[in-house]
Design a protein around this ligand. Structure first.
Ligand SMILES: [Zn+2]
Length: 291
């Protein structure tokens, strides 16, 4: 497979004010985004031996989304977001990375259930993105380029329920290294993560959220932990003190904050200041034996 690494020129951003110029630049932007998004989707699916039968459409959304409609698998994207991403990262791998993330949601079956997403699923999609980009020839740095620049270009994720960016980068790098290990090139495995100290392997609570099959654990360091399929602990959030009298403490991940009451019920606060139950916390004491 041949990837074209065209350094984007800014030529389509015209300085003139005429309506014609604006229309032309919009059309060029749309065209360029359409080309890279379709190329990336097809190449990724080719690479895993599946027919490129996903429907790729431009939508008026903040960034990118995977969904199903009438049994067809769709990827919707905002062309401005794609072009901002390519300009910011100066590589087409960033576009490949976000497309791979969405394809990961489809292939892992996340889009076949309710539209609601959860941090575990997001990390699975990031893992797939890192994995497939390594197989396609991206360096770890290129594979991470999109996640590293998402905050700068004002598009954090496909949903507000995404876990914090560091968790996502960790999961993506895990996928990249898992793929690299298939080549039996052990040198690439030397990059290490902050290993958990023995203290943090003491778990006190387990949390479950409605509509999310994942289980999250809270350790004595107040880290909210999700284990990937290889048993790797990834921190997705924090247990924090709550100032509200209604809650004993709160759970925070990404931009989401949940209150936990004295009975262990997890509550979500809506914008309208009303709360609804989203899950529960159970006490759970487990100390991993010393290695
Ligand atoms: Zn996602």
């Amino acid at each position: 497979m041949r990837l074209l690494f065209t350094i984007l020129t800014l030529s389509y951003i015209t300085i003139g004010n005429s309506q014609e110029d604006k229309t032309t630049s919009q059309e060029n932007l749309s065209y360029q985004a359409d080309k890279i998004v379709k190329e990336a989707t097809t190449n990724i699916l080719n690479y895993i031996g599946l027919p490129p039968d996903f429907k790729v459409v431009q939508l008026d959304i903040p960034n990118v989304i995977a969904y199903t409609k009438h049994g067809d698998r769709y990827i919707g994207y905002n062309p401005q977001f794609i072009q901002r991403l390519r300009i910011q990262t100066e590589t087409d791998w960033s576009a490949y990375s976000v497309l791979a993330h969405e394809i990961g949601h489809h292939l892992a079956g996340h889009t076949e259930k309710s539209g609601k997403t959860n941090p575990g699923n997001e990390l699975v999609a990031d893992h797939f993105s890192g994995f497939i980009l390594q197989r396609m020839g991206a360096t770890l740095e290129q594979a991470e380029s999109a996640l590293l620049s998402l905050e700068k270009i004002g598009g954090i994720s496909d949903t507000i329920h995404h876990p914090p960016i560091l968790s996502r980068i960790t999961s993506l790098a895990e996928g990249w290294m898992q793929a690299a290990a298939l080549n039996l090139d052990h040198k690439v495995l030397e990059r290490t993560y902050h290993p958990e100290n023995s203290e943090s392997k003491k778990y006190l609570y387990k949390c479950t959220f409605n509509g999310d099959e994942n289980v999250y654990y809270i350790n004595v360091n107040d880290q909210v932990i999700w284990f990937n399929e290889r048993g790797r602990a990834i921190e997705i959030g924090k247990k924090l003190e709550s100032k509200s009298t209604n809650f004993s403490w709160k759970i925070e991940y990404g931009r989401s904050v949940y209150g936990v009451d004295a009975k262990g019920i997890i509550w979500s606060n809506t914008n309208y200041n009303s709360s609804f139950k989203v899950g529960k916390v159970e006490e759970f004491t487990y100390q991993e034996s010393a290695e």
